[in-house]
Design a protein around this ligand. Sequence first.
Ligand code: GAR
Length: 201
Amino acid sequence: MKRATAILISGRGSNMQSLVRACQDPDFPARIELVASNKADAPGLDWARDQGLPTLALTRSPGEGRADFDTRLDRALTDRGIDLVCLAGYMRLLTAGFTERWQGRLLNIHPSLLPSFPGLDAQAQAHRARVRVTGCTVHFVDSGLDSGPIIDQRALHLEPRESLESLSSRLLALEHALYPECLKQVAAQQVQLIDGRAIWR
Ligand code: GAR
């Protein structure tokens, strides 16, 4: 049985596209039931709409607190029978109530080897720090910033004098390979969150 999956985005949505494409394989254990964005003008929403996928722009009402917003988000997901949620460039911190409710069924991708360089512009943070190796991480989400049990990572060596643009584009290609692989493993329950750890079978 394919797991009903939602993807949450805030912008371009290239990772969302890689997940959608992977789910087109008849043997893939997840199907995309919703692409939702907290930004109504996210370019990724247009792409998803063009693919005929159900989309939702869930924007914050004036004066609405984070908890109330996340309650609306939770309801939108639950009403559609969503089982797994993938954050793909969703640039909003989720409240602890939300992350606890979706514990073990909520994934994120981040363009660094966590726990190094959480937060915004991880590629630039790594580039500025002149690390020789960086990469990307898919993890189960807890209420911290880009934190939670790590599912898998991919690493790359920086080339001598590599530009930030080159590094960012190589990292993005790694992300596009890693995220579908991790969703596949989670959807097939080959990796599960048990006692706060990602446990592989
Ligand atoms: C991706 O690089 C993703 O890893 C990053 O935002 C980008 C979104 O690009 N996420 C974070 O930094 C989360 N802290 P995309 O919209 O093209 O997938």
